[in-house]
Design a protein around this ligand. Sequence first.
Ligand SMILES: Nc1ncnc2c1ncn2[C@@H]1O[C@H](COP(=O)(O)OP(=O)(O)OP(=O)(O)O)[C@@H](O)[C@H]1O
Ligand SMILES: [Mg+2]
Length: 401
Amino acid sequence: MARNLTALIVDPNLDSRLEVVKILEEVGLDSAGESAYGVEATYLAAERRPNIILLALEDPPMRGLSTAESLVQHAPDTPILVYSSSPSPMLMRQAMRAGARDFLEKPLHVRELRTAVHSVLASEEQRQLARWAEQSVAQARGTVITVAGAKGGTGKTTIAANLAVAIRQVTGQEVAIVDGDAQFGDVAVMMTLDVRRSVADLAREETEINRLTIQPYLARHDSGVMALTAASEPDDWRALQANHVVDIAQALAETHEWVVMDTPGTMNEVVAASLNEAAIVLLVSSLDVSSIKDTKTALRILESWAVSPERVRLIVNDITRAAAVTPEDVERATGKEIASLIAHDAQVGLSVQTGIPIVQSNPRSRFAREILALSESIAGLTEERQSGFSLARLPLLGKSF
Ligand SMILES: Nc1ncnc2c1ncn2[C@@H]1O[C@H](COP(=O)(O)OP(=O)(O)OP(=O)(O)O)[C@@H](O)[C@H]1O
Ligand SMILES: [Mg+2]
């Protein structure tokens, strides 16, 4: 048998309460309890979770209003319907301000009360549906991966472009790449993309960046990765500000499971915004002494920007056997475990020249295999993280070198 809806009656006047109880049944409501104003009412609302609260309000209304406010605070999902024998406009306004959803005049009539209860419950249901929809959009947010580094030329863009394609290959999910190096960005060159509209055009032309307005600015790579490329005009990059980067990351994460953001080799406000939006930061360093020193500084900067260390994964790229510094030296100097070591691979240069990501043109090459391993680990990592896995427990990747 279907359960009736329940109502809690909050009314300090015993006779009036009895009157309301009497007509409840005719309205099709069960009583969830009765109380006067004050803590008892809040306690009953929180404990019995009625579908609706019927609250009496008479002049002077102070105690009734403060009870209504406290009910809204403790049982925010339970709508309050106020009734009064002297419904002045002033009292109505005060009741609505305190959180009441409707206001009825006494004596209560069955039909009127039934209509009011149903309309209040229907609008409460709408409100909750809208809230759930909002929450599920927020929960469905894709993972933003920002590729950064303290120095130019450490392989950030090569890694970002190949990682985007590799994640697409490994997961088959929607992937976007953003060239956040608005001045010298070369994602479009590395992926042979047709640049019609750039990230700077988007920043300049759209007053609101969202998942709809961003669409015309995305170029499709033949792997299926969608790219927002850098400006081709030399001075255009100034248009891109930190707030744009935040909006871009959020808009793309609503429609793509993965958003890879490439950044320039300097730490500025725009990079800070990309780092803040990231669930995973790949900090790319090389094995030369100045890069290690700068990586150490970058780790400190990231910490001061409130990018928590467990989000940051250190990648050491372009490793040659001849390097004077070892990966262990890097870990010792930076105090950070290396998450991935990527070897020097002569094939990379060729791939950059031809504009075909090496994970496509030569998937068996060493660089491609290491990027594929990294993308598999990131994809698996995110799944496990969603079930409470800790980033810190991930084993070192690709330490075969
Ligand atoms: N593992 C590697 N083996 C061989 N060459 C590499 C490797 N990684 C990167 N390179 C080469 O290094 C050069 C610089 O790489 P890339 O442009 O990706 O660096 P970047 O960090 O994005 O530079 P910038 O800071 O200027 O944007 C490229 O020509 C690329 O071919
Ligand atoms: Mg670059």
